[in-house]
Design a protein around this ligand. Structure first.
Ligand SMILES: C[S@@+](CC[C@H](N)C(=O)[O-])C[C@H]1O[C@@H](n2cnc3c(N)ncnc32)[C@H](O)[C@@H]1O
Length: 226
């Protein structure tokens, strides 16, 4: 979702001419953002002999889900035997195959509810985060809030993913960017940072994609060179 006021003429013009908006309408997705996840999934599959982010029966946890384009993609991919547990600050219409919570991911009570949604194992196969803070326009403050969300999402991924699990995290360039990528490299066999074609050029967002979650972290970055 854009923080731009929908009343702005430029936003309306861009929206009208956007092929992803047309595709979302055609394919029944709630947001054009769905195509970012589909493109990331295709790029993972291209590197991984056809295996993308999702498997039938997976448990997926999703942070910052409204209005629900990514949730729809995930629910379709994991099928009836899978489960998707999604949270957003904003209320979201139900999506078949998904448990949707309304609240702040940084709130401990919401974390507990998310984990309860995973079922008896308390573990997930995939963690998705497309969370974006409400931008104030004050660069340092916005970067700080963005990094806080990414770090909290990464910590949660480390706590709940099964070995071999996958993560997709929206990030923004800022002073903590490289440290966060380094943290991810200690816990995932493969880490890439990508900007999918559906992400608008003027958006500073990038996506960290981690596959092959390790239950035991690599002790240091030097070990990764062995
Ligand atoms: C870009 S939108 C997500 C779009 C979504 N991936 C889709 O496909 O429709 C980012 C969302 O992050 C949510 N968000 C930001 N901070 C959050 C927080 N602390 N807890 C839960 N959701 C949050 C916002 O409310 C917003 O709806």
């Amino acid at each position: 979702m854009s923080n731009r006021r929908p009343s702005s003429a430029r936003w309306l013009e861009e929206h009208r001419n956007d092929p992803y908006v047309a595709a979302a309408r055609r394919d029944g997705y709630r947001s054009r953002a769905a195509y970012k996840l589909l493109e990331i999934d295709a790029s993972v599959a291209a590197r991984n002999v056809g295996k993308g982010l999702f498997r039938i029966g997976d448990t997926v946890v999703e942070l910052g889900a409204a209005p629900g384009g990514w949730t729809q993609v995930a629910a379709r991919r994991v099928g009836d035997q899978g489960r998707v547990v999604a949270v957003d600050l904003l209320p979201m219409d139900p999506i078949p195959g998904a448990l949707v919570l309304c609240g702040d991911f940084l709130d401990d009570a919401i974390l507990e509810q998310l984990r309860a949604g995973f079922g008896p194992s308390g573990q997930a196969d995939v963690l998705l985060s497309d969370m974006a803070p409400n931008m104030t326009g004050v660069r340092v403050a916005d970067q700080g809030r963005g990094s806080l969300l990414v770090e909290a999402a990464l910590d949660f991924a480390f706590a709940v993913l099964r070995p071999g699990g996958r993560v997709v995290l929206k990030m923004f360039q800022g002073p903590d960017f490289h440290d966060l990528v380094r943290m991810a490299r200690l816990r995932f066999t493969h880490v890439k940072v990508e900007k999918p074609p559906a992400s608008r050029d003027r958006s500073a967002e990038l996506y960290l994609i981690g596959t092959g979650f390790r239950a035991d972290p690599v002790a240091s970055h030097e070990d990764l060179l062995d």
